[in-house]
Each structure stands twice: as C-alpha cells, then as structure tokens.
Design a protein around this ligand. Structure first.
Ligand code: TXA
Ligand code: MG
Length: 325
C-alpha cells in the first residue's frame, strides 16, 4: 500500500492489523489502545482514529500519522454520560442536550475538569474539551473493552476526504496506524455537530445532527461561532475534505471537462441522492468524493443542495472542499 502523503514518507511504516468487530477482535483492538497504539474504528458519523486520550506519546503519534496541525484539538469519545462527567463539567443545558441526543452525532464543548487527566495535546492547550458518546455498537463495545477516554479525529490524512467505509480507511491509512476495526459503512456519513453551551448555546460546526433538532430541544436558536464569546472550533480550516479535482458549487449546467456530482433528478457521473433526499445525500457525500478521486475527476461541478437540515452540514463540507488550497 502506498503512503498517501509524501511529506509523511519519512515516517516508519507499521504493519496495520485488521480486526473483525467480534468479541476477540475488539479485545485485541482495546489491547492496542492500552499499549499506546492507534486504532481506526467505525462510528455512526465517520470512521475515527482512536488513541488513549491520557497518553501524550500516543496523541503525538496520532497527529503525525494524520499530518494534522497540532493546534487543532481532538474530540474525546466515551461510552456514557457518566463517563463524560469524569472529564468535563456539565451545566444544565449540556446535561439536557446529552440526555436528548447521546448516544449520537452531537459533540459538546465543555469546561475541562482540573483532574481529568487528559493529555494537553488533545485540547491543544484550551481549557475546554470536546466530548461525545457515539451511537455505534462497535464503537461502544470497543470503548467498554478499553475502559478509558478515546481521542479520535476522523481516520483520514488531514485535509483530505473523511472515511465512511472500511476501504476508505484501509486505502488512506495502511502502514501509518496499528489497526483498523472493519465495522462496515457509517450510517450518518457526516461528522458530529459541535455545540458549546457557554456563555450561550453556540453552533461550532454543522454536522450529522441537524441544528434544527438541537434548537427544538433547547426551545431557542443556536448562536453561530464568532457571534458570541464561545470558543471557535480551531479545526474549521477553510480548505478541508479536498478531493483531487477542483470543485464548483451550485452548478446548474456542466461545462466542458467537468464531472457532475449530482443531487436530485439530474444526469450525473455520481449522484448524492437521485430522489433529492438529504439524509441519503449525507450518508453518500464522502464516498462520492472518494469515487470522484477514483474517476480522476479534475473539475467537479456540484448540483445545488438545499441549505436546511442535513443540507447545512453538506454545504459546509462542500464549501471547504471547494476552497482554494
Ligand atoms: O463525528 C465526529 O465528530 C468524528 C468522529 C470520529 O467522532 N470526529 C471528528 O473529529 O470529526 P475531527 O478531529 O475531524 O474534528 C474535531 C473538531 C475540530 O473542528 C476541532 O477544532 C473541534 O472538533 N474541537 C475539538 N476540541 C475543541 C474544543 N475544545 N473547542 C472547540 N472545538 C474543538
Ligand atoms: Mg476530520
């Protein structure tokens, strides 16, 4: 398997084990985490690349394997609200949101507890920590078997397309990480929605849980990052999710040399949802970008996508895919 990013070719290649999501496979994967190793595993949103969040050496290797800027902090994954309480302080709003949406595609940014024992590399020096409880049986069983906090970014080289299938991880990360748990496809297909609750509930990243659902639970609108004193999400880099080709958004025609990424009833090389279903489009988006890479599409035109519900997160990812690199 070739090394996907040349600047990381100086790294020593490791043998990447592939584990079935069986009892034995998950015990083996938990053992790799306990020894400070890196394990990719499925969640309902995207595949994560996990390490023990208390182990700075492991977190440093993770940043290196992804080629990730170290000012970009990580989400810590735990098995339950109780487990999360060990690491962060919940206010009433946070507790209500956790009870309403965990396990699920919601990440809460909350004050880090002084006694949390989380590596400062995970928070990139911030005094808050991003936490979530994933809604996936394999992720859940892995965390139960490991028994500690798992720091996990998406399991792709930094800046590239996030993985929603085992093969995406295998093709991008083999030789760079210790193990992959093959748990099939991710159902939601977009990363979690990130919310800070202080000083007021603020949307830091649109994601797999529609903002409207959170606003309904709060009975109030979410503020947008930058509008309040809530911390911004340092990882919201303009260029991200980049396929190999250039990307033109809101395309209502196809120009010569372009490949269409369609939505709805259009004649497209790859279609996110021929029926115009946003849930299906979310689940398909990253695989569609991987498919366009496999087709060697050099100029990608993308159909307009409605900007509500999951469409908001889809458009956010597409804008980053289209941003100058
Ligand atoms: O669905 C997901 O969230 C996936 C799966 C694996 O759980 N993970 C994921 O991680 O998308 P990653 O590393 O690709 O994105 C983490 C985001 C970044 O934008 C980062 O800046 C933000 O979370 N973040 C982490 N800690 C933060 C903090 N303390 N304050 C604000 N933003 C934070
Ligand atoms: Mg990511």
């Amino acid at each position: 398997m070739q090394n996907p990013q040349p600047e990381r070719s100086v790294m020593t290649l490791v043998t990447t084990g592939i584990f079935a999501p069986s009892h034995a496979g998950l015990l083996a994967a938990a053992g790799v985490l306990a020894r400070g190793g890196m394990v990719a595993f499925p969640t309902e949103t995207v595949y994560g690349l996990g390490v023990d969040a208390r182990d700075s050496d492991a977190v440093a290797r993770l940043y290196a394997a992804k080629g990730r800027p170290s000012f970009n902090p990580l989400i810590v994954h735990v098995a339950s609200i109780d487990a999360a309480e060990q690491f962060v302080d919940f206010d009433d709003t946070a507790r209500a949101l956790a009870q309403a949406f965990w396990p699920g595609a919601l990440t809460l940014v909350l004050p880090l507890r002084a006694d949390a024992g989380i590596s400062p590399l995970v928070t990139a020096g911030l005094d808050t920590l991003a936490v979530r409880v994933p809604d996936h049986p394999v992720a859940h069983r892995l965390m139960e078997a490991f028994g500690g906090p798992v720091a996990a970014p998406s399991a792709n080289p930094s800046g590239q397309v996030s993985p929603t299938k085992f093969v995406h991880v295998r093709d991008q990360m083999t030789g760079l990480i210790d193990a992959i748990v093959d748990g099939g496809d991710c159902g939601v297909g977009l990363e979690s929605t990130i919310v800070a609750t202080r000083p007021i509930p603020t949307l830091l990243r649109a994601g797999g849980l529609p903002a409207e659902a959170i606003e309904a639970a709060l009975g109030d609108e979410l503020a947008l990052a930058g509008e309040t004193a809530a911390p911004s999400s340092p990882g919201q880099l303009a260029s991200h999710y980049a396929p190999k080709g250039t990307v033109r958004l809101n395309a209502t025609n196809i120009e010569t040399g372009e490949t269409l990424l369609g939505f709805g009833a259009v004649d497209a090389a790859v279609n996110l949802s021929p029926n115009g279903d946003l849930t299906e489009a979310a689940a398909t988006l990253f695989d569609a970008l991987h498919q366009l890479n496999a087709l060697n599409a050099t100029r990608i035109a993308v159909s307009p996508i409605p900007d509500h519900g999951l469409g908001r997160a889809i458009n956010d990812r597409l804008r980053r895919a289209a941003a100058p690199r």
